[in-house]
Write a protein that binds this ligand. Structure first.
Ligand SMILES: [Zn+2]
Ligand SMILES: [Zn+2]
Length: 347
């Protein structure tokens, strides 16, 4: 039987923490429900989920829809699109059967790549490999989620780049519905033995735009600061998310430092480290600009934003003795009004 392989490559960098990740998680369930209700998709479509942050990992290898169970999406640091594309190409090379003189292979795979940020690695070697060996045997749809996504990076791999601007859970559901209708329509074409490129569903143009001209797609400065901490008690990671405040009033000719309001603190699992890249964090933010201090989401410690001299953010109960969960140093925490600089994550 000829399979129609569908790959979803999902960015799980920190900028996805909170609402976005939950929407994506629900979206996977919605997608599978919809596809299972379509007899054409049920017969031909095989689904694989690959996530990436600093590194890439296959969460679900190519599997038929009846056996597919939506995986739990993890989080990591970084947006290594190049590494993710290389990982995808290795998988396609290994799993997708090619047509030979004796056997008809699988149908041309469809890849949906979703990212909400800018690549933190060099994508050019992967783009060259894609152009040389894969562009002619797979269809790739690049989806930039939100206004910080680098559409130019996606365009290095495909001409089909969409910018998704989903402002509510309902918008996001409509986007997932569009993905499932696109897969359905492709399943239908291949079951009629038509394999001439990709047949996407009609673009829902109030939530997504097809990007033809990259010059029109300006990338906006990031609105978030995300800081990775490590729980002193459980040694597990957590992420603190701040959002940029709109200035209360603007004075012509004067600029004020940006301030950030606490959005929330989110527990992460130890696979956070497996998916993150180890390169040194370079962006820093001054604590003076951060408004609101969270507690630890893993233990009862009241302060989640203490810092060791090694640079690790950790949770503490208050002033007094603490042990750094990263370097093991004994610390004597003191209450202080002094500002310090904190490393931002790369996501
Ligand atoms: Zn803790
Ligand atoms: Zn330390």
């Amino acid at each position: 039987m000829r399979r129609l392989p569908i790959y979803l490559l999902i960015d799980v960098s920190e900028s996805m923490v909170g609402e976005n990740l939950r929407l994506m998680q629900d979206g996977l369930e919605q997608l599978v429900r919809a596809l299972r209700a379509d007899p054409y998709a049920l017969e031909t479509a095989y689904l694989s989920i690959i996530c990436f942050a600093g590194r890439a990992r296959t969460l679900t290898p190519l599997v038929e829809l009846v056996q597919f169970y939506p995986p739990q999406l993890p989080l990591g640091s970084g947006t290594s699109l190049g590494a993710a594309m290389n990982h995808l190409m290795d998988e396609i090379e290994r799993d997708v059967r090619r047509t030979t003189a004796e056997v008809k292979g699988d149908w041309r795979p469809i890849v949906f790549v979703m990212t909400d940020g800018k690549p933190t690695d060099d994508i050019e070697p992967a783009a060259a490999r894609w152009a040389r060996r894969f562009a002619s045997r797979a269809s790739l749809v690049g989806i930039g989620v939100g206004k910080h996504a680098s559409l130019a990076a996606l365009q290095r791999f495909t001409e089909t780049v969409l910018s998704l601007d989903a402002e509510s859970p309902t918008d996001f559901k409509r986007f997932i519905d569009w993905v499932s209708r696109s897969v359905s329509s492709q399943s239908r074409s291949v079951s009629m033995n038509q394999d001439s490129g990709i047949s996407l569903a009609k673009i829902e143009d109030d939530i997504m735009k097809r990007i033809e001209d990259i010059a029109k797609a300006a990338v906006v400065d990031e609105d978030f600061v995300i800081i990775a901490g490590k729980c002193q008690t459980t040694k597990r990671p957590y992420l603190i998310k701040y959002e940029r405040m709109a200035p209360l009033f603007a004075t012509p000719g004067l600029t004020y430092p940006q301030r950030y309001n606490l959005v929330g603190v989110f527990p992460a699992n130890n696979d956070y480290y497996d998916l993150s890249d180890e390169r040194v964090l370079t962006q820093t933010v001054n604590t003076d600009l951060l408004i609101g201090t969270p507690g630890c989401p893993h233990c009862a410690n009241r302060l989640g934003l203490a810092m060791c001299s090694c640079g690790q953010i950790l949770c503490v109960s208050g002033p007094g003795h603490a042990v750094c969960p990263a370097c093991g140093m004994d610390l004597n925490m003191q209450a202080s009004d002094e500002d310090f600089d904190i490393n931002r994550t790369r996501g």
